[in-house]
Design a protein around this ligand. Structure first.
Ligand code: HEM
Ligand code: HEM
Length: 185
């Protein structure tokens, strides 16, 4: 495990792969939810079926990632960062993890309330169980509202997250900052 305290310390390969795999799936799920909104009903249902399966995959991968995070050391913060930057990035990362769980849990609850606890089909290959709810449109709308609000909050945090990464790269001219999470070794 890489536990260097210099600014060249990097996240391990497993952490990096999980970071970018989950980031790509989250981007895809935002795109799917937005695209489905302007589609005819049948197409929208099919896209949302994939949205749900991708979302459950994100939930499961996030559980692996958090389990991994709690049992491994991560590289020390870059020595070039000001203390406020270290604190802010820690808060943003913590909130992002919370939303990486909270958003799919909210979506799962939405689906379960609307459908009366039907399973989520994982791309037609296996079923992921629904939460044991009786069918309840009002409850579905409440969960759906929370799901959408959480997703909006995530977009704000992601803007901060990416702005932080770009600030280190462009303003601070710190070429190591992005390299910590780079797929290129
Ligand atoms: C849906 C998209 C994304 C999510 C959910 C996400 C989430 C996270 C989380 C939770 C961490 C903390 C890792 C840890 O210490 O456990 C992290 C680190 C990091 N992310 Fe992202 N990220 C996303 C997209 C991006 C993008 C687009 C960039 C680049 C522009 C980026 C660059 C980084 C970097 C450089 C780090 C390491 C920070 C450090 O050195 O301490 N991320 N990300
Ligand atoms: C990180 C994963 C996910 C992201 C980023 C995400 C994002 C979104 C977004 C942006 C919307 C549109 C919200 C709006 O218009 O207010 C949406 C809607 C929806 N999502 Fe997700 N979602 C995720 C996971 C899930 C999961 C796991 C499920 C179900 C198993 C799900 C089920 C739904 C449903 C049913 C809707 C429509 C809600 C309604 O009609 O009120 N989502 N999602």
């Amino acid at each position: 495990m890489d536990s260097q305290t210099t600014s060249s310390a990097r996240y391990s390969r497993g952490a990096v792969i999980l970071h970018w795999l989950i980031a790509a799936l989250i981007a895809l799920n935002f795109a799917a939810a937005w695209y489905a909104q302007n589609q005819p009903r049948d197409a929208a249902m099919q896209i949302m079926g994939n949205h749900k399966a991708i979302g459950i995959s994100i939930l499961l991968l996030t559980l692996v990632r958090i389990g991994w995070r709690l049992t491994h050391r991560v590289p020390a913060p870059s020595a070039d960062l000001a203390p406020w930057e270290v604190t802010l990035s820690k808060i943003v990362h913590f909130l992002l993890y919370g939303l990486m769980l909270g958003i799919p849990l909210g979506g799962w609850a939405t689906h379960s309330a609307f459908s009366g606890g039907k399973p989520v089909s994982m791309f037609g290959i296996v079923d992921f169980p629904g939460l044991p709810f009786a069918q309840n449109k009002d409850l579905g709308e409440t969960f759906g509202g929370a799901h959408g609000t959480f997703a909006t909050v995530m977009l704000v945090l992601l803007a901060l997250h990416v702005a932080g990464a770009l600030k280190h790269r462009i303003i601070d001219k710190n070429t190591q900052a992005l390299a910590r999470m780079s797929l290129r070794r």
